[in-house]
Design a protein around this ligand. Structure first.
Ligand code: SF4
Length: 81
């Protein structure tokens, strides 16, 4: 399991993440969020400033999305059990 954090204050809607991991989606405000219905998404907690999600299984795409994000708004790390 992996904890994926998206800093929506840093996010500027470039959407490099969306093309690398389909679990990231654009929300109604034009910023990135995580689709709670997407495959591999266990949970999503969202506020105006931050999205904290738990991903299961392969996180290679999420890691690619994080490294492609110009402002570094996405962090991916192994979740503590
Ligand atoms: S790549 Fe980064 S800045 Fe662009 S939409 Fe995704 S999280 Fe936001």
């Amino acid at each position: 399991m992996y904890r994926v954090e998206l800093d929506r204050v840093a996010c500027d809607g470039i959407f490099a993440c969306l093309v690398r991991d389909e679990r990231f989606v654009e929300d109604e405000t034009g910023l990135a969020t995580v689709d709670p219905e997407a495959e591999g998404v266990v949970s999503v907690d969202r506020t105006d400033d931050r999205v904290v999600a738990t991903f299961d299984g392969d996180v290679d795409d999420a890691t690619l999305a994080a490294s492609a994000c110009p402002p570094g708004a996405i962090t991916v790390r192994e979740a503590e059990e």
